[in-house]
Design a protein around this ligand. Structure first.
Ligand code: PXP
Length: 250
């Protein structure tokens, strides 16, 4: 049997939860920047950090230090607020992913409502792009959100895979079909298409196999796995799972 390889998929490693462990005790260790450097030398194509408004894990200083030291592009996740956009413009990461944020949530629940916040999102994208920062919008696989994303001029989209990750059986199959359809539509609309949230070694393959995707952003499962096997091994395992999924029977 022949096999074909879909073009490679980049892995963005989210290192927020290294900072979660540090903040749990108010110590100076473990340093998420040091973890980022290890993840990059272990094969991460980019490093993602989410500076939340409540500063529960990543701190302002982490952003500055990571941008200064990272050998790979930094992707800063931020809410669409004046404070966060100004901070990103000062820190100048290569990429900024605009996400919704509610203080009481455990993690980002649901995608950004670009339809509802069209004007603010458009202004944020313009401000970021004026500083040479490439914005992405983190949205649910929804046609109206896609149309609004194109309209506000964002060049990249990240599909929220949380619902896919949190379900199983038929519900998961339905969600996967929705994500596949959306990825095709988004690429046709001229966007670069990424995905992330809730992905781990046992559920990543079906998402990694979607040919229109060029990047996955994965955090919690990699950092959790790193506790057991070390960060370089955890990054390598995920990269392997993603590459194996890209090889399809032809
Ligand atoms: N992508 C975005 C936009 C996110 O907000 C997060 C969580 O911070 C992730 C990806 C990574 O999600 P997880 O930690 O579940 O892998």
């Amino acid at each position: 049997m022949h096999s074909a390889v879909i073009p490679p998929l980049r892995l963005g490693v989210n290192i927020d939860h290294v900072a979660t462990v540090r903040q749990a005790r108010g110590t100076a260790y473990p340093d998420p920047v040091e973890a980022g450097l290890i993840a990059a030398s272990g094969g991460a194509d980019s490093l993602t950090i989410h500076l939340r408004e409540d500063r529960r894990h990543i701190q302002d200083d982490d952003v500055v230090r990571l941008v200064a030291r990272s050998p790979v592009p930094v992707n800063l996740e931020i809410a669409v607020t004046g404070e966060m956009i100004a901070l990103a413009c000062r820190a100048r990461p290569a990429f900024a992913c605009l996400v919704p944020e509610r203080r009481e949530e455990v993690t980002t629940e649901g995608g950004l409502d670009v339809v509802r916040h069209r004007t603010a999102v458009r202004d944020a994208c313009r401000r970021l792009m004026a500083e040479g920062i490439v914005p992405a919008l983190f949205i649910d696989a929804d046609d109206d959100q896609l149309a609004a994303t194109v309209e506000v001029g964002a060049p990249q989209v990240e599909i929220h895979t949380g619902r896919y990750a949190d379900t199983g059986g038929e519900a998961q199959r339905v969600e996967l079909t929705r994500i596949r359809h959306f990825a095709r539509q988004a690429l046709t609309a001229g966007l670069e298409v990424h995905a992330g949230h809730g992905l781990h070694l046992d559920n990543v393959a079906a998402i990694a196999r979607i040919p229109e995707l060029v990047e996955l952003n994965i955090g919690h499962s990699i950092i959790a796995r790193a506790i057991l096997v070390g960060l370089p091994a955890a990054v390598a395992e995920m990269r392997r799972a993603m590459s194996e999924a890209r090889v399809i029977a032809a």
